[in-house]
Design a protein. Structure first.
Length: 486
């Protein structure tokens, strides 16, 4: 969805970039309008450099444009022309953004923001906030990105720009998810769902439903997640939106994978991948290909998973998609672990973890640390295993990821059992039991087959806990655990 709020430049306007990028987090190279008409001939040199920079920018001579604008900035500052200074800082920020130099974007646009606010120019302020949000997110400074996009959403709302507001709210919700602020994300996505019908754009409603479902999924609210995704799928099919249909199918598959219905998940992922391949949607192909590989891992078909994951890995590397590349390495790590290629698994997981950290993806960091811990355990390296799992547990709990938390607690219990530390093992397995029972509450209204599939994913851990309790002379507690499997 496009945030594209063009404004008319008056005869006295300073040169400012005036159209936002097609995607809020993928800056493009919009034209820079200039109609500055100095009354003082002493400004001629500065004005000439300003216009030269604009022409150089249009000709994609970005370094030359930066040089011209930096020289013009010095001259305008000498004559205390603060509006021109704001314009030059803004233009420089845009040029740096185009070159991907986000640290310099921040260094130039933060002072520009202060200037344009002092002039009461809301549109210029919105332009600057937009590119600051882009830069901060690219730098992994998510708190700052969230703050700037929140301010931007308020400006668009006050101006009555509904579609632009929706676009920014969707990105804001995504940032909340990335930071583990799921309650805030739910609130934002509910706002987008309420606003979307007013612009008569079905894609906006579909996006809102998918984002809402995604947040419910993170929180373990699987029934609500499936409901939102299925509504999104129906709307996408009714409007013949292939891309949106693929996203909805992939999202439904995510839930099926979580609750253990791996065959259904594989079917939906394959359907999504087929649509995305037909559309030439390489980002979607990477996501669905990685997810399909992960499902085959869950089905213990590791060699097929390794084969499947090669395509998304190569495509991600070709396109410079670091998230997709990290996800592929993560999936390969699981497959290597399943085939007892532990050194290869460690290399894959460590590569993925490094990339997730660079991206600021805390949820994926937690999952990868958990996987690293389990590989170290298989290699008999209990200290490294415990360290990795405890770091993973801390992240999962801070994110509110109950599904992952349950898995990590069971893994820690398994390590304690390997050390013959029965009390420690029971303590961890009991915590995992309580977490998983809380998750089952959200499954009560799902079909029996889906509830049973989830139970199959936790059955082994419950049986281990029951046996440990029985050996410890706590038969009544053991029976309670076994009854939960009925």
């Amino acid at each position: 969805m496009r945030v594209d709020l063009k404004r008319t430049v008056s005869a006295t306007a300073i040169a400012l970039f005036i159209s936002a990028p097609a995607s809020i987090f993928t800056p493009l190279s919009p034209d820079i309008a200039c109609a500055y008409a100095p009354a003082d001939q002493g400004r001629t040199d500065a004005n000439q450099l300003l216009n030269e920079g604009i022409q150089q920018f249009r000709n994609q001579q970005y370094e030359a444009a930066i040089q011209s604008w930096q020289e013009a900035l010095v001259l305008f500052r000498r004559i205390n022309d603060y509006r021109a200074e704001a314009a030059l800082l803004t233009n420089l920020g845009l040029a740096y953004s185009t070159l991907g130099n986000y640290a310099e974007v921040v260094n130039t646009l933060e002072p520009a923001l202060e200037r344009v606010r002092s002039f009461g120019n809301a549109q210029a302020e919105a332009d600057v906030l937009l590119h600051l949000g882009v830069a901060y997110r690219a730098l992994g400074q998510l708190t700052e990105a969230t703050a700037r996009l929140s301010e931007l959403a308020d400006i668009y709302r006050r101006q009555g720009h509904t579609e632009a507001t929706l676009d920014v709210l969707n990105q804001l919700g995504s940032l909340y998810q990335q930071q583990g602020r799921y309650t805030d994300a739910l609130e934002v996505f509910r706002r987008t769902l309420a606003i979307a019908p007013s612009i008569e754009n079905p894609v906006a409603s579909i996006n809102a439903l998918v984002n809402l479902g995604n947040t419910h999924e993170f929180l373990g609210n699987y029934e609500q997640a499936l409901s939102a995704y299925e509504q999104a799928l129906e709307q996408a099919q009714n409007n013949d939106f292939g891309h949106a249909e693929a996203v909805a199918r992939g999202s439904i598959a995510n839930v099926y994978a979580i609750i253990g219905q791996y065959e259904s998940a594989a079917t939906y992922y394959a359907q999504a991948l087929a649509i995305q391949t037909a559309l030439g949607d390489w980002r979607g192909m990477i996501i669905s290909g990685n997810n399909l590989g992960r499902v085959y891992n869950a089905l213990n078909e590791y060699e097929q998973a390794i084969e499947l994951l090669q395509s998304p890995l190569e495509l991600a590397q070709e396109q410079g998609d670091r998230q997709g590349e990290a996800d592929a390495f993560s999936g390969l790590g699981v497959a290597f672990q399943g085939t007892e290629r532990y050194d290869d698994a460690l290399t894959a997981f460590e590569t993925a973890l490094e990339q997730y950290r660079a991206l600021g993806d805390r949820r994926s960091q937690a999952a990868t640390l958990s996987n690293l811990g389990q590989v170290h355990h298989r290699m008999g390296e209990f200290t490294q295993a415990t360290d990795a799992l405890e770091a993973s547990l801390s992240l999962a709990q801070s994110l509110g990821d109950r599904t992952l938390e349950g898995k990590i607690l069971s893994a820690l219990g398994e390590i304690e059992a390997s050390r013959n530390e029965v009390d420690g093992a029971i303590a961890y397995y009991e915590q995992a039991f309580e977490v998983r029972e809380s998750l089952r509450v959200s499954l009560n209204t799902l079909p029996a087959a889906q509830q049973e599939a989830f139970i199959e994913t936790i059955e082994r851990d419950y049986l281990i806990l029951a046996e440990l309790l029985r050996q410890d002379g706590r038969s009544d507690e053991a029976q309670r655990v076994l009854d939960a499997l009925e």
